[in-house]
Design a protein around this ligand. Sequence first.
Ligand SMILES: Cc1cc2nc3c(=O)[nH]c(=O)nc-3n(C[C@H](O)[C@H](O)[C@H](O)COP(=O)(O)O)c2cc1C
Length: 199
Amino acid sequence: MPHDEDADATSAREPSLSPAGDRERPVDPVALRRVLGSFATGVTVVTSLRDGVPRGVTVNAFMSISLDPPLVLVALDQARSLDAIIQAAGAYAVNILGEDDAALSDCFAGAPVEPGRDAFCGAAWRQGMLGMPILDRAIAHLECRLEQVVRLGDHDFLVGRVVSTSGDEDEAQPLLYYRRRYLRIERATSSPLEGNAEH
Ligand SMILES: Cc1cc2nc3c(=O)[nH]c(=O)nc-3n(C[C@H](O)[C@H](O)[C@H](O)COP(=O)(O)O)c2cc1C
């Protein structure tokens, strides 16, 4: 039987992702957005300072990277005005929102409300150890010195070293975000963790 080298080379280069053996197709951005929306997250307002004026934007792309050293990251679209502000300030704060603060999330995501984002959504705040704006209503916060910026696709990953926090013993409930809707945790349906959460 003749050996088909081309066929071997093709299957090695382009592993099929579907049982039907379809070739990879470009991912539909609308479908991708919907699929990514299936991942439920909390909601934060990431803040920084420009010329002493507080600025903030709603962000759910927040994650921990490392406990020792204490590193976290937020991912901002490179088009976000806050991206350049954070890079100039060299610091930012992550403010984790509680379940009653969907309006604050909308405001910091640019909703047409008064007072609007230019007026820091009328939110009461104080300065943290690095001078970053900490929202009084946040159920927890992490204030970070900017450690590294990783440019990937159309987003910047802003890696921060955590220098101050609050909220570690607070029982306040977080605001959740899932498929373009805000949700609350229903405590009655929660189940205990059996896997190992230390990573
Ligand atoms: C729940 C929620 C989560 C969001 N998460 C992010 C995010 O992780 N990164 C990001 O760049 N924008 C995110 N956004 C979008 C920005 O908050 C929004 O587009 C804002 O208006 C951007 O500000 P700009 O006018 O400076 O671009 C999110 C919006 C919402 C409502």
